[in-house]
Design a protein. Structure first.
Length: 363
């Protein structure tokens, strides 16, 4: 790869043992997802030179910034990197204009030239009228745009965004996300962004990287990640049920001894790990495909088991019901079904899932 980021970072910080590789092409936005404590922010700080690495190397556009083997280390202020922190870290005693110009001044750009370039960027983000204001006079969305301008004014080849929209309310976040998408589309360097929000990830990412316990467990486009989650965290994130077992023909034997009957899928017949083949697989069931009954269902559904209705969570016009039992599962039903089946009372329910509604893919 001639342009962009190429990195492998290993370090230990408290209980976290981070060992993650990451490549991002110029012009590409990669979003890192993961639970709290996975190492997402630590990875960004290591790329920026703010956290020392124990092994590995970091290169941007072919320039080595960090390499433990050759003892190469470029100081954070000299790296072609811009970073937007979660709380923006604007200097409270500086004007908006001087905040944006700060990175240029650190790079020894003369004050008049630095302020002129900062003014250009304030104009780009629509805040030129706030040049003399102090950060406390800004709204959350305005502060985020100032932080972004400060990161981009130095023309970095790598942009690091650490949950840049997390501090905003829902209404401001939506508008600011649109602005951020527009700026990233025009940015020619590589971008790495951390977020917990799957909507932000899906709308901003060219590629997703899932980090858990300091390791990359899955990478791919938002559509690929959603279709084939490879961990419980990812399944919960995209709102599907994920089960693991061993495929044998048209059946999947789960770890607890239960069985799911699945339909043969076009293109998977006879392949290891696919319906019609054998091997370790994931089985994905969307909550909308899960039917609940108070009595054993009539007819010939191929997957039926007993459970107990537990938590009920209303989400607009749909209700998610967590069912405990031999095969724990989440069903998505209508409010009318909740009333008709008296699900709010809990108790015994029957679960049914059509074989054709189960997606199977290799581990």
């Amino acid at each position: 790869m001639t342009g962009g980021l190429a990195a492998h970072v290993e370090l230990t910080l408290g209980r976290l043992r981070l060992a993650a590789g990451l490549t991002v092409e110029a012009g590409q936005t990669v979003v890192i997802l993961g639970p709290n404590g996975a190492g997402k922010t630590t990875l960004l700080r290591a790329l920026a030179g703010l956290e020392p690495i124990a092994a590995g190397a970091v290169a941007v556009d072919g320039e080595v910034l960090d390499d433990v083997t050759t003892r190469t280390f470029v100081e954070p202020e000299r790296r072609p990197i811009g970073m937007v922190f979660q709380d923006y870290l604007l200097f409270p005693h500086m004007s908006v204009l001087d905040n944006v110009a700060f990175g240029l001044r650190c790079r020894r750009v003369r004050r008049p030239a630095a302020r002129a370039r900062a003014g250009d960027w304030l104009d780009r983000v629509g805040l030129s009228s706030y040049a003399s204001a102090l950060p406390r006079e800004l709204s959350g969305g305005q502060a985020q745009r100032v932080a972004l301008a400060r990161a981009l004014v130095t023309e970095p080849r790598l942009l690091l965004l650490d949950e840049p929209l997390a501090a905003l309310d829902a209404t401001t976040r939506e508008a600011t996300r649109r602005d951020l998408r527009r700026h990233l589309a025009a940015y020619g360097g590589a971008t790495v962004m951390v977020t917990h929000d799957p909507i932000e990830a899906a709308s901003l990412a060219d590629r997703l990287v899932v980090l858990e316990d300091g390791r990359v467990v899955q990478t791919g486009s938002p559509a690929e990640i959603s279709a084939h989650p490879r961990s419980r965290y990812v399944a919960d994130l995209v709102g599907v049920n994920l089960l693991r077992g061993r495929a044998e023909g048209d059946r999947v034997e789960l770890a607890g001894g239960q069985r799911l009957v699945v339909a043969d899928r076009a293109g998977t017949e006879g392949r290891e790990g696919g319906a019609g083949g054998s091997g370790e697989v994931f089985a994905v069931i969307h909550p909308r495909a899960v039917a609940l009954h108070r009595r054993a269902p009539e007819g010939t559904p191929r997957n039926v088991w007993e459970g107990r209705a537990a938590d009920i969570d209303r989400e607009g016009e749909r209700v998610r019901v967590r069912v405990e039992g031999a095969i724990p599962i989440v069903a998505e039903v209508t409010p009318a079904a909740v009333d008709e089946l008296h699900l709010i009372d809990g108790g015994l329910v029957w679960v049914s899932v059509k074989a054709t509604e189960i997606t199977v893919f290799p581990v």
